[in-house]
Design a binder for this molecule. Structure first.
Ligand SMILES: CC(C)(COP(=O)(O)OP(=O)(O)OC[C@H]1O[C@@H](n2cnc3c(N)ncnc32)[C@H](O)[C@@H]1OP(=O)(O)O)[C@@H](O)C(=O)NCCC(=O)NCCS
Length: 139
């Protein structure tokens, strides 16, 4: 999803979500809209670039016309006692299978640079670096 597409999505989705709350009798329209805006901002603080969240525009193959969107997030954590037994690799394999069934042609993820275990796992599973953030402490 491009930033422009994301803005369009928010213009549609935020009021829709707020109307849901109004229909459910949770809030009055003004409060519901403010709450919907705040929730989206909290969930996606960096918009389409929010780590761990994957937003796609669904487009028709014949003319590339945008007809919808898909948003999923990918979180991955094993209990400490269960790590290093191959379970993470297995779970990742299952995710890839599910993504293929859903029609995905690739999967992407964000990992912090200091997370050696996760990076090693992803590299072993065939993930390659598609973009990198670099930071230098000035003090
Ligand atoms: C990342 C995580 C899911 C990996 O799961 P796991 O079950 O421990 O990993 P696996 O046992 O399947 O290991 C697969 C490969 O990853 C690498 N790896 C796993 N743990 C490692 C560690 N502590 N140090 C270095 N490499 C490691 C190895 O290359 C390993 O392959 P090998 O067994 O052939 O040596 C797990 O460590 C975890 O829950 N970490 C905390 C949360 C987290 O960091 N999530 C990822 C967010 S992006």
């Amino acid at each position: 999803m491009t930033t422009t597409e994301f803005k369009r999505y928010l213009r549609l989705a935020v009021p829709e979500y707020a109307r849901g709350h109004v229909r459910a009798g949770d809030f009055d329209p003004k409060k519901a809209l403010a709450k919907a805006k705040a929730e989206y901002a909290e969930l996606l603080p960096k918009g389409v670039a929010t780590p761990g969240h994957y937003l796609y525009t669904i487009a028709l193959a014949e003319n590339d016309k945008a007809i919808g969107m898909l948003w999923f997030d990918f979180r991955f954590r094993l209990d400490k006692a269960q790590r290093g037994k191959g379970l993470g690799r297995e779970a990742l394999g299952m995710l890839e299978q599910q993504a293929k069934i859903l029609g995905a042609v690739s999967v992407g993820l964000h990992v912090f640079g200091d997370n050696a275990a996760a990076r090693a796992l992803y590299e072993k599973c065939g993930f390659r670096y598609s973009s990198m953030h670099m930071t230098k402490d000035l003090y």
